[in-house]
Design a binder for this molecule. Structure first.
Ligand SMILES: NC(=O)c1ccc[n+]([C@@H]2O[C@H](COP(=O)([O-])OP(=O)(O)OC[C@H]3O[C@@H](n4cnc5c(N)ncnc54)[C@H](O)[C@@H]3O)[C@@H](O)[C@H]2O)c1
Length: 409
């Protein structure tokens, strides 16, 4: 009988809002054991340590002195990530890095190079990559039921209610700016869903009167004329937050609302064979919505209705492509409604950390790996420069795998 390997000892750096969230999210995760926390503010470190019965120290250096720390989670402000990630990797530790991986592409490249050199696992906490809806869309596209998007749109009416004037978020020196601090999630999601490397960016930044830049937009061009448009506007009350992700698949459209997606609505034109495949999807919902490390709640559902012959049997044409697709399919992928948002967010973080544990133990490549982190920062940096100069900027190609590996069902 082989005994299970000992759990990976986790040390967390940055005991603020999200560090607290991450530590709560990974409680009970198989193969992982939080062992210590660190923050330059000793009171914060102690408070979080006490909450979990863990010792606290005041720096990463002190954390790395502990032999029981095999992996480090970085949840400090963005500008601190790269140097600490490199320090931890050089000390032989695996790294779970909050987004963004770094605030410059050069620093992100250095982290990615160090992760490769050290042969240690590195996961960037791009939570959307661990959301069952986005994972299901990748699967459905890989199975040919949806064409790859020719257009990606993300509109983000985000809240600034918790972001007072002195918050590090508004200071590009600490946050990297909105494209870097927040945009990376969606640059990375677009890359995975479109399935190609971004080529170039045009962008605009809007400053609030007498204040910081609080609204940015970027158009990211991918090969084959695929366009991804992103808008982030940190100008709303929490209750007035709205987000929409929209994918144009040509003969089909996907709409996902909310920054933590809990519901995707797909509307597609299909022939009889595909209509039948769509109709089989609900019976495979558990497999289609599966993400390793994400514990289903039990309220996840896929519903599909097909309106046969809704469009008639005549061929339909778009962009020169002619198809006979008489049936209208409506599919809803639902993770349990609005009330499940906090649950889905927690489970997505848990799944991202589970990915770190898997790769630390078995090797391989995590879903949100260093290349994903680097590419997202490279797009964000190009967008920031494009907005500042009013000129289109190229995105350097980092290479590496694009899509999340899909299981055979
Ligand atoms: N993945 C997500 O969905 C998500 C959501 C929210 C925040 N975040 C990220 O989490 C990170 C932290 O954000 P937050 O909202 O918790 O910020 P916060 O300001 O609440 O907490 C940051 C903590 O880091 C500590 N700190 C500052 N400098 C440090 C240093 N040099 N070394 C170690 N600790 C240091 C601070 O004392 C503070 O306790 C950011 O990178 C943010 O982008 C990610």
């Amino acid at each position: 009988m082989t005994s299970a390997p000992p759990p990976l000892g986790l040390g967390l750096v940055g005991c603020g809002g999200f560090g607290t969230y991450v530590l709560d999210a990974v409680a009970g995760l198989p193969g992982l054991r939080p062992v210590a926390v660190a923050d330059p503010d000793p009171a914060r470190a102690r408070a979080l340590g006490d909450r979990h019965g863990l010792p606290s120290v005041t720096s990463l250096t002190h954390l790395l002195e502990r032999p029981d720390v095999a992996a480090v989670a970085l949840a400090s402000p963005p500008a601190t990530h790269a140097a600490m990630a490199v320090q931890a990797l050089r000390a032989g530790r695996h790294v779970f890095c909050e987004k963004p991986l770094a605030t410059t592409a050069e620093d992100a490249r250095a982290v990615a190079a160090e992760a490769a050199r050290a042969g240690r696992a590195l996961v960037v906490d791009h939570v959307l990559r661990y959301n069952p809806l986005l994972r299901a869309l990748e699967l459905i596209m890989a199975q040919g039921l949806l064409a790859p998007p020719r257009r990606f749109l993300f509109e983000n009416d985000a809240a600034d209610e918790g972001l007072g004037p002195g918050h590090w978020f508004w200071d590009p020196e600490h946050s990297g700016g909105i494209f870097v601090e927040h945009g990376v999630h969606f640059f990375d999601a677009a890359r995975a869903l479109i399935g190609s490397e971004p080529l170039s960016v045009r962008a605009t930044a809007v400053r609030r009167p007498g204040g910081p830049v609080d609204m940015v937009s970027a158009d990211v061009l991918h090969p084959g004329g695929v366009l991804a448009s992103h808008l982030h506007s940190f100008t709303h009350a929490h209750r007035a937050e709205r987000q929409l992700m929209r994918l144009d698949h040509g003969f089909a459209e996907t709409r996902i609302s909310g920054w933590i997606p809990v519901r995707a609505e797909i509307s597609a034109w299909a022939d009889e064979a595909d209509a039948r495949r769509w109709e089989q999807l609900p019976s495979r919902a558990a497999a289609v919505l599966h993400v390793d490390g994400f514990l289903p709640h039990g309220e996840e559902r896929i519903t599909v209705t097909v309106d046969r012959d809704a469009g008639g049997r005549a061929p339909a044409r778009g962009r020169g492509e002619e198809r006979v697709v008489p049936h209208r399919v409506r599919a809803v992928l639902d993770l349990g409604g609005e009330a499940r948002k906090p649950y889905v967010c927690t489970q997505s973080v848990r799944a991202a950390v589970a990915d770190l544990v898997r790769v630390a133990r078995e090797g391989g490549t995590p879903v949100a790996d260093a290349v994903a982190g680097l590419t997202a920062v490279a797009v964000a940096e190009a967008a920031t420069l494009a907005a500042a100069t009013g000129t289109e900027q190229p995105v350097p190609a980092p290479g590496g795998p694009l899509r999340t590996p899909v299981p055979h069902l």
